[in-house]
Design a protein around this ligand. Structure first.
Ligand code: MG
Length: 239
């Protein structure tokens, strides 16, 4: 995929903002399996593609959406809680997700270039930082994270990425986002930030380009290969 180099020229790059599920960890297939099983128990049709398309939505929104589509009615709060519990149970019964291949190389390259690194995730796992430090030592810091605990609206609203800009004291042309999900891309693009999509899942590229991704890679390795050039061209130096 050819990058629009003209767009990178407008950047004064200081930081990279990374999404977590489907970017740092290869966790989306587990989420999709768990959602499919939970809905299957209720006789509600819900495909893996449906799950990937809704990545980033809250659990309750996903459930209410499926109810409206399939049953023609909204889900109650009690139903949302119960079904989300079932989904979580299925999710926890699956083998834990491992880091995305080559993402540590990407993180190390960003760090070595002297750029700041933020995590921007809708996840609210309490042990998040421990897990990040275990797999990616000395890369992530507590004060450089935006999680489910920080935001009111969450993705696809621009709020999480705007908050990361604010926490870092950066302008929107001083960061690049790395995302994998349509709603995550929409959130970042709505915040006015150049967004690299890595299509690590099963979706068609058009779901990501349609939400405004500046460039789409099919694998993390592709991003890793092109990263030095992206960084060089985003640092407001005369070429
Ligand atoms: Mg993601």
């Amino acid at each position: 995929m050819i990058i629009d180099l003209e767009k990178l020229k407008d950047l004064d790059l200081k930081a990279f903002f990374f999404d977590m599920d489907g970017v740092l960890f290869d966790s989306m297939s587990n989420h999709a399996k768990a959602w499919c099983s939970a809905f299957d128990d209720l006789g509600i049709e819900f495909s893996a593609y449906d799950a990937y398309m809704r990545e980033g939505m809250t659990g309750a929104s996903t459930i209410r959406d499926a109810f409206t589509r399939q049953l023609g009615r909204d889900a109650s709060e009690e139903e949302c809680k119960r079904i989300y519990k079932v989904k979580s149970h299925y999710f926890e019964s699956l083998p834990p997700a491992v880091p995305m291949e080559h993402v540590l190389d990407v993180l190390k390259t960003v760090k070595a270039a002297g750029l700041d690194i933020f995590l921007v995730t809708g996840s609210g796992q309490v042990s998040l930082l421990d897990k990040l430090n275990y797999f990616f030592p000395n890369i992530f810091h507590r004060e450089k994270m935006v999680t489910a605990f920080d935001v009111k609206k969450g993705k696809p609203d621009p709020e999480p990425y705007l908050m990361a800009l604010k926490k870092g004291g950066y302008e929107k042309n001083q960061a690049i986002v790395v995302e994998n999900a349509p709603l995550g891309v929409r959130s970042a693009v709505s915040a006015g930030i150049f967004t690299i999509a890595v299509n690590t899942g099963i979706l068609e590229d058009k779901e990501l380009s349609g939400n405004g991704a500046g460039v789409i890679y099919s694998k993390m390795q592709e991003l890793y290969t092109e990263l030095p050039e992206i960084i060089k061209r985003s640092k407001m130096i005369d070429l």
